[in-house]
Design a protein around this ligand. Structure first.
Ligand code: ZN
Length: 261
């Protein structure tokens, strides 16, 4: 099984493009992890031995290793299915995938470190609740952790709004707001690799707005996915958390679902 963090690493290692046809895969949910040498060889040991000989693969070739995994679009993944292509093509695929192996590993370690840092913060939070730590000690510890996960207290916040007029009923309006909230959360989850949390949402009867805090937001990644040409929502405000709320965002950070691996 490929974990969520591994999927994220593979997707980024292949620059979010299909390994076979080179088309962009902007949403991670649309990526399929393809086994270059088919996964079901695992269940056919004799066939697997033949394939290893035929393609000069090492005897300990691991079908689940990163060097056998590629980022693929749906159509290419289906087209390839279990067919093995001619030797030269397969070997070219395999040699490119081998170069990606280290990149995938490095990305994976980086994402894991981010999550580790946020877990430390969460455990500090629970120690404090159980009064094992005095606030002063917590502050000192948080300073240490901050070096690992920069700007925990002061993430950037972005306010997104969407408008629609004339709702007959309030219930209908609320349902519309909920749908929009889901939509934007899905978009963030599928396209951004950073941690985030909802600060508040605004339902004034005429539209819907939501302010979201991002830790370690990559602006390149953001602008590629949330550019006005491809995104119906308006971005009405970008501010540091502290400037808006006049407080630290550390508590919000503790509540972020950190176990995303
Ligand atoms: Zn493709």
């Amino acid at each position: 099984m490929v974990s969520k963090l591994e999927r994220l690493s593979i997707w980024n290692a292949y620059n979010r493009k299909c390994f076979y046809c080179d088309i962009p895969i902007p949403r991670i949910s649309d990526m399929q992890v393809d086994h270059i040498f088919s996964e079901d060889l695992e269940e056919k040991p004799e066939k697997f031995e033949q394939v290893k000989l035929q393609y000069d693969l090492p005897s300990d070739f691991d079908l689940q290793a990163y060097y056998n995994l590629a980022c693929s679009c749906g159509p290419c993944n289906r087209k390839k299915s279990n067919k093995q292509r001619e030797k030269q093509v397969m070997l070219t695929y395999y040699s490119i995938a081998r170069e990606k192996e280290l990149i995938i590993k490095n990305l994976f370690d980086k994402y894991k470190d981010n999550i580790k840092a946020s877990k430390i913060l969460a455990s500090i939070g629970s120690l404090l609740e159980r009064k094992f730590l005095r606030p002063k000690e917590v502050v000192e510890l948080i300073h240490i952790v901050e070096e690992m996960e920069k700007k925990v207290h002061n993430p950037v916040t972005i306010t997104f709004t969407i408008f629609k007029e004339n709702f007959d009923e309030y219930i209908q309006y609320y349902k519309w707001c909920d749908e929009n909230l889901n939509e934007i959360i899905n978009k963030i989850q599928n396209n951004l690799s950073c941690l985030y949390a909802i600060c508040d949402d605004d339902r004034d009867g005429e539209g819907f707005g939501v302010r979201i805090a991002f830790w370690g937001l990559n602006w390149q990644e953001f602008s590629e996915n949330f550019a006005p040409e491809i995104f119906d929502w308006d971005i009405v405000e970008v501010m540091n958390f502290f400037d808006f709320y006049q407080r630290s965002a550390a508590d919000l950070f503790f509540s972020v679902e950190n176990d995303r691996a």
